[in-house]
Design a binder for this molecule. Sequence first.
Ligand code: SAH
Length: 245
Amino acid sequence: MHGKVWLVGAGPGDPELLTLKAVKALAQADIVMIDDLVNPAVLEHSPQARVIPVGKRGGCRSTPQDFIHRLMLRYARQGKCVVRLKGGDPCIFGRGSEEADWLGEHGIQVEMVNGITAGLAGATQCGIPLTLRGVARGVTLVTAHTQDDSSLNWQALAQGGTTLVVYMGVAKLPEIRESLLAGGMRADMPVAMIENASLPQQRECRSTLAGMQQAAADFQLKSPAILVIGEVAAEQAQALLAVSA
Ligand code: SAH
């Protein structure tokens, strides 16, 4: 009998932002494979499980993706219930669908559990309504980091009129700034940079498109952080702040 793999989003960091489904999956797990950006506090829901860290953050010691695949497969074939715990949402810059497809091709039953993605959580925790009515008619999630170095259409992003939420952008601030300025975004467009969103050590730095590189340097902005670029990044809605208090 084959086991099952749950691909579970652990949310942005605050353990209270886990979904009830994630908690249920953790409570059933024999094995929990946990990424770096997941707050280990969520493991309180799986005291019975064996925990295997499989983090692979850029620049740090990494676990190759095919090793993670094979490990999930091995345990599932032993009939185990495997929870693969990922930061935020498994399918937002998280390779969730690749892992699900690969496991499916190998005959393993997979279930995906959404998590709250860091970009949405970070904005809300700082009082930024990403789609504020009359101000932003949409939000675009982008990553500044690509494996094949393929380039985004920054001009379209600069002129699209949606709020931009940039993941994995800390090391690419100069390029992001240059590309958006060159693409025609105004120099004083508000920017918010949010580090460790939803965690007690959360910090936020507000600036403008032109000033963001210097502001981040002065602030010593570190990963993990998201950037919110757009008119709404100047907002600090008290009602939203109250929700997170
Ligand atoms: N699947 C994740 C994203 C993984 S990519 C999600 O849905 O949130 C990793 C990037 O996510 C980081 O480089 C950073 O940009 C962002 N990130 C993850 N956790 C974060 C946090 N607590 N605060 C700010 N940014 C975070």
